[in-house]
Design a protein around this ligand. Structure first.
Ligand code: ATP
Ligand code: MG
Length: 225
C-alpha cells in the first residue's frame, strides 16, 4: 500500500469575483520510506500542494489518501491528530508559537500527543540541529535560520511517517543548509519516513527518489539524466 496517493486533485482559491486556479487534476504516489521533491517556479502552487497534503486545506476536487484512508473521510480533529503524530510539517514561514521558548516549541507535539513529555528528547533534536545553546530563547530572539532549525526539530521529533518540508534550507547558508538536509535525509532513512521536499534547489531535488516539476500544465515526473 502507498503511504500517500494523490488522485486528480485541483485547487482554486475564490476571492470575491476572482477565481485563482492554482492547479488541476494533479496525481502522484509516494511509497513508504521514499523521497520525492517538488520543484517549480514561485507561485506555481508548491506550498498550496503541501498544505493539501497536510490536510490543512481541502482540494476542490480529487482525493488524497494517506495510509489507505482518504482525508475526505476524516474530520478536522482526526486531521489534527495526524499532524501531531504521523505527518510532520516544516512550513516555509516556520509557524513557531511566539510565546513558547525554543525547547517548548519542539516538545509541543509530544505534549499534545499526551505521550509523556521527555524534554531530553527535545534537547537531543535541538542538539542535532545545532541549537543546544538557544533552548530558552523565544522565536523573536532567533535569526531566520535558527527559526528554521527549530521548525525542523519540531517536525522530526514525532518521528512522522510522512515529512512535508517546504524549502527547509531556504533561510540557511550553504554549509548549515547542507548539514540540515543531510540530517533530514538520514532521519528519513533511519525511520523509513516518506519525504515530500519542496525546493528551488535542483542539486537538492535530485537527491530524492523522484523529482516532480509543477507547472501550469500539471505535475510531471522528471527523468534522471
Ligand atoms: N489563500 C490564498 N488565497 C488566494 N490565493 C492564494 C492563496 N494561497 C496561495 N494563493 C495563490 O496561489 C498561487 C500559488 O501559491 P503558492 O504559495 O502555493 O506558490 P509556491 O509555488 O509555493 O511559491 P513560492 O516558490 O514563492 O513559495 C499564488 O499565485 C498565490 O498567490
Ligand atoms: Mg511556497
Amino acid at each position: 500500500m502507498n503511504l500517500l496517493r494523490v488522485d486528480k486533485i485541483s485547487k482554486t482559491f475564490i476571492q470575491g469575483e476572482n477565481h485563482i486556479n492554482v492547479f488541476n487534476k494533479l496525481s502522484f504516489e509516494l511509497e513508504k520510506g521514499k523521497t520525492a521533491s517538488v520543484i517549480g517556479q514561485s507561485g506555481s502552487g508548491k506550498s498550496t500542494l503541501l498544505s493539501l497534503l497536510a490536510g490543512l486545506d481541502r482540494p476542490n476536487e480529487g482525493q488524497i489518501v494517506f495510509s489507505g484512508k482518504p482525508f475526505s473521510t476524516m474530520d478536522e480533529d482526526e486531521l489534527t491528530g495526524l499532524r501531531n503524530g504521523k505527518i510532520g510539517i516544516i512550513f516555509q514561514q516556520f509557524h513557531l508559537i511566539s510565546h513558547l521558548t525554543v525547547l517548548e516549541n519542539v516538545y509541543l507535539p509530544l505534549e499534545i500527543q499526551g505521550s509523556g513529555v521527555d524534554k531530553n528528547i527535545a534537547k537531543e533534536f535541538l542538539e542535532r540541529v545545532g541549537l543546544s545553546c538557544r533552548l530558552d530563547h523565544l522565536p523573536a530572539q532567533l535569526s531566520g535560520g535558527e527559526k528554521q532549525r527549530v521548525a525542523i526539530a519540531r517536525a522530526l521529533i514525532i518521528k512522522p511517517d510522512l515529512l512535508l518540508a517546504d524549502e527547509p534550507s531556504g533561510s540557511l547558508d550553504n554549509k548549515t543548509g547542507e548539514s540540515i538536509i543531510e540530517l533530514i535525509f538520514n532521519l528519513a532513512k533511519e525511520e523509513q519516513t516518506g519525504l515530500v521536499l519542496v525546493t528551488h534547489n535542483r542539486n537538492l531535488a535530485i537527491l530524492c527518489d523522484d523529482v516532480w516539476r509543477l507547472t501550469n500544465k500539471g505535475l510531471a515526473k522528471e527523468t534522471p539524466c
